[in-house]
Write a protein that binds this ligand. Structure first.
Ligand SMILES: [Zn+2]
Ligand SMILES: [Zn+2]
Length: 319
């Protein structure tokens, strides 16, 4: 989600994901983590977010230019080991930042927006996430007061507002259904991104064994979730999109208009293309800003800058 500077999981590194500086990692199964080393590498070599990084200083890049992954604390050490293993393979070190986040802890994404970790139940340590915006809301007792009276009260030191939490997006990650999925962060979120792996009635048992959500669980959750949009991810490869769509149509009833499948390209292709274009424009604008800063700096130091990305092919296809 480029607007929130966060991307949920990194099974494959897509172009659109590069503009986010934070990966919220739900768990470390390969389909959620496979693209992570490549994402770190692409962000670094394309100098995305590297406004403060001057390649000729020989210094490690400044904080803020390095991709960050927020993860379950139990994943911190194995993630470090995985990234270390790349160093002798690539014969270089790609900067990365690993931020362990225990259940109920929060990581600040923006001024008044945080990412909260919510413990879920999968076959390995796992987290769901909620992006929470904090606003101050006028207290109920002052609701009908005219502006000038409110101003006078505020000047007299009266607390006329109270803080409220607005869950913008909630993401389940892979999990079995549980009480954590009806918490306020999920019930009140504007958008819920939900794994729904199994759609066939006969795959109930597989869902239980693999600790995944079955479409019948999803239907129950739809009654609780008030979200404008519920976005389904993670459908099993065995399930075709038309079949999944058919099952949703049969089961979701009045909730159907709110339910979308992320991988439904027939419905989403245009939106996806627009998102990639917007994300690339954002990256290009940042790069232009970086280039002009580098040019200023070069002029100031009368130094020649060597752009590492000219030497190294940073194209996605280079592996
Ligand atoms: Zn999994
Ligand atoms: Zn998975």
């Amino acid at each position: 989600m480029p607007e929130l500077d966060v991307c949920f999981d990194m099974g494959q590194c897509t172009r659109a994901s590069l503009s986010a500086s934070v990966i919220a990692l739900s768990h470390a199964h390969m389909d959620h983590i496979g693209g992570l080393p490549y994402w770190f590498s692409q962000r670094y070599f394309q100098k995305i977010g590297a406004e403060t990084h001057l390649p000729d200083t020989g210094q490690p890049p400044a904080r803020g230019s390095v991709g960050k992954v927020v993860c379950h604390p139990e994943l911190e050490a194995p993630l470090r080991a995985m990234l270390r293993a790349w160093e002798p393979l690539e014969r270089q070190r790609t900067p990365s930042e690993i931020i362990p986040l225990a259940p109920e802890e929060e990581y600040q994404l923006k001024n008044n927006v945080t990412l909260r970790a919510i413990e879920t139940r999968h076959t390995v340590p796992s987290l769901g996430f909620a992006v929470i915006e904090r606003r101050s809301k006028l207290k109920e007792e002052f609701k009908d007061f005219p502006q000038e009276r409110l101003r006078a009260l505020r000047q007299a030191g009266t607390e006329i507002t109270h803080p409220v939490e607005i869950p913008l997006v909630a993401y389940t990650g892979d999990t079995e259904p549980g009480e954590f999925l009806v918490r306020n962060e999920f019930a009140k979120a504007k958008i819920v991104i939900v794994e729904c792996t199994f759609f066939e009635p006969e795959h109930r048992g597989r869902a239980n064994t693999g600790k995944h959500i079955h479409v019948e669980d999803l239907v129950r959750l739809l009654h609780v979730w008030e979200a404008e949009s519920v976005v389904i991810v993670h459908a099993s490869r065995r399930t075709t999109i038309p079949y999944a769509r058919e099952r949703l149509q049969a089961l979701c009833g009045e909730h159907l208009p709110r339910v979308h499948m992320l991988m439904d390209h027939r419905m989403n292709r245009q939106r996806y293309d627009a998102q990639v274009a917007a994300s690339q424009a954002l990256v290009a604008a940042r790069e232009a800003a970086t280039a002009s800063r580098l040019a200023e700096s070069a002029a100031a130091n009368d130094a020649t800058l060597v752009d590492e990305s000219d030497v190294r092919d940073a194209d996605e296809s280079s592996g």
